[in-house]
Ligand binder design. Structure first.
Ligand code: HSE
Length: 399
């Protein structure tokens, strides 16, 4: 019997327990007949009606001091105390499997380095893309490539909201409530809709692709709270879908430009058709070309599926942890120098628009005016957009 402990018995942690129950035979068959046993669940709450209610403890030291616990699953969410408990577990010689993107994005390099020194695993497949295999495929299957670009729909909640708004002409708040009820959204959904969750995930993928830690604070981050149905309609009328993307691309100057923002994505691009809670991650490698990873990006069981894949890998002794170095990511470029075409919607009058942007073709969008700027440096676009007044929004067009 292999004993594990689950830290945090919320949406993902309880999903992990369910997968262990539901697929116990399959899991044992993949572990040479050995069964998995959830010896402890760490949570502040009691679960008296749950079959595992008697395993709940609220002192991490009980788990850390028990030599029978082979591995720790961290599904707590939030930075503290999840980071502190993960670090203690690794220092105590226990491998850690996590779904916690906040911890991996903020402290991954340190935790990976502790795991490496102790020859144990710190694995985080579930931290990006929910149930989609993306971390290990990038690390292993695309290892022969130089990565040129990652463009990903990385937040299920935002994709669900944008899809609902379009299909059902629902307002933003109603769509968000539904995403929360389905267990997709973070405890504080502003992390979803203001882009932080996507930002953490693109920080993890960029660190993995380029080998040094890219901290989320270095990434410009815009969310979807300002997107209206009129923007989505305008996009459709011009052959685009509006998607919140985490984007990371290597330009000819050798620098990597990273950004989280809503984009107009051409309907010809496969990720434009990735809808609802699904995530779609397009990776361009210099020898493989384009590869698309797609699947359920949030939710209890899809995320637990990815957690359990890591659990099996640790037990099957794939302990050389995946990861990157704790060094400054000196390959990052200044995103404000990046050249993009923008969609702009504004309440400024047409003559003001033409004075600032020249002879652009304007159209009505809701009670404002909308137009495409043509390609320009981000900082130049932002200077001009500022001249159009506060009630102006911009969305980038994906190349
Ligand atoms: N809130 C996240 C999402 C959960 O909606 O994608 C999965 O990381």
């Amino acid at each position: 019997m292999i004993n594990i402990a689950i830290l945090g018995f919320g949406v993902v942690g309880s999903g992990v327990a369910e997968v262990i129950f539901r697929n116990s035979k399959e899991l044992a068959s993949r572990l040479d007949g050995e069964e998995l046993n959830i010896k402890y669940i760490l949570d502040k709450r009691e679960f008296p009606d749950h079959p595992l209610g008697n395993r709940v403890v609220n002192d991490i030291d009980i788990i850390l001091n028990d030599d029978d616990v082979f591995l720790v699953v961290e599904t707590m969410g939030g930075l503290h105390p999840a980071y502190d408990f993960s670090k203690k577990a690794l220092l105590a010689g226990k491998s850690v499997v996590t779904s916690n993107k906040e911890v991996v994005a903020a402290c991954g390099a340190e935790l990976l380095s502790i795991a490496r020194s102790n020859n144990i695993g710190y694995l985080f497949e579930a931290s990006v893309g929910g149930g989609i295999p993306i971390i290990r495929p990038m690390w292993q299957c695309l290892a022969a490539n130089k990565i040129d670009r990652i463009a990903g729909i990385l937040n299920g909640t935002c994709n669900y909201i944008l899809t609902k708004m379009e299909k059902e002409k629902t307002d933003f708040e109603t769509a968000l409530c539904e995403a929360q009820a389905l267990g997709y959204a973070e405890r504080n959904p502003s992390a979803d809709v203001e882009g932080m969750d996507t930002c953490r995930k693109i920080s993890i993928l960029t660190s993995l692709a380029f080998g040094k830690h890219v901290y989320p604070e270095k990434i410009q981050c815009e969310g979807i709270t300002h997107i209206t149905y009129d923007d989505i309609l305008f996009a459709r009328n011009h052959g685009y879908a509006v998607k919140l993307l985490g984007m990371s691309k290597k330009e000819s100057d050798g620098k990597v430009y990273v950004l989280t923002a809503p984009f107009f994505v051409s309907e010809e691009n496969e990720i434009a058709g990735v809808n609802d809670v699904y995530n779609g991650i397009q990776v361009e490698g210099n020898v493989v070309g384009d590869v698309l990873f797609c699947g359920r990006g949030a939710g209890s069981l899809p995320t637990a599926s990815a957690v359990m894949a890591d659990v099996l890998d640790v037990i099957r002794d794939c302990r050389k942890t995946i990861g990157w170095k704790n060094e400054e990511a000196d390959f990052l470029g200044d995103i404000s120098n990046n050249v993009t075409d923008f969609y702009v919607r504004t309440k400024a009058g047409e003559s003001v628009v033409k004075t600032v942007f020249g002879d652009v073709k304007t159209e009505k969008a809701g009670d404002g005016t909308a137009f495409f700027t043509g390609k320009m440096k981000q900082s130049d676009a932002e200077e001009k957009i500022a001249l159009l007044g506060a009630e102006t929004v911009k969305i980038r067009i994906l190349d």
